[in-house]
Write a new protein. Sequence first.
Length: 275
Amino acid sequence: MDKISIIIPCFNDAKYVEQSVQSALDQTYSNKEVIIVDDGSNSETKKVLKNIESKVTKLITQDNQGQSTARNVGIKSAKGNYILVLDSDDFFEPSFCEKAIGMFLKNKDIKIVSCYANLLFENGSNKLYKPKGGTINEFLYANNSLGTAMFKKEDWSLSGGYDVEMRNGFEDWEFFIRLLKNGGEAIILKDALYTYRKRNDSTTNKANKVKYKILSYIYNKHSELYKNDYKRFVKHLLLLLEKEEKEKIKNLNRIEFKLGFSLLRPVRFIKRILF
């Protein structure tokens, strides 16, 4: 049996990291190791990690350097042929590794295996998320896999690992582009085997605030891919512009905006007179 190395980067996740680690330990696939990378967490989180250190294969501690570096550090120390990255506030169902490794053994062209996810929001509501997977064509304009996914350590090494310059988000998507750009496919298990906490302060929410800066970085880094897909690239950009324009019109038509505009009318009138 090939060994699976489950890598769990952790930064200030005292509340959830124990559940995340336990979901890795509870995987029915037996030949596995669990590696935690403490990326400069606070004292409360360090205390939790110290309490569970004896349960895992390895606990690596470093100064805060970001998720990409933490993942790379963990993967470098991994002994498994297969890597599964797991966020420290999320968790898997016990059968994920067994089902994922089965997909790799069936088809050598598979580069990524992920699954459907149960999105768990802070207000207690939930929603089923169904990424589509696919080849590089399906990944050029969106991440069609969960960031939490399994891949071969060899492919990670050949691709150059996670981009340590990307500390504001979307680093998993950019990594998948490099995994797939020379061929291969991402497969999605059609079962909700992962629970993803949608927190208000999540990396994804922070990334969306600087989305266009990150997109510019990705488009320029992989400019040849986008040049070779010119027609779809232009169509994609125009759709983005159209979406933004519709959102702007929607905001302008909101009652709150109209009310605020009316209330500020006297102020604007006085401003014109005085200045």
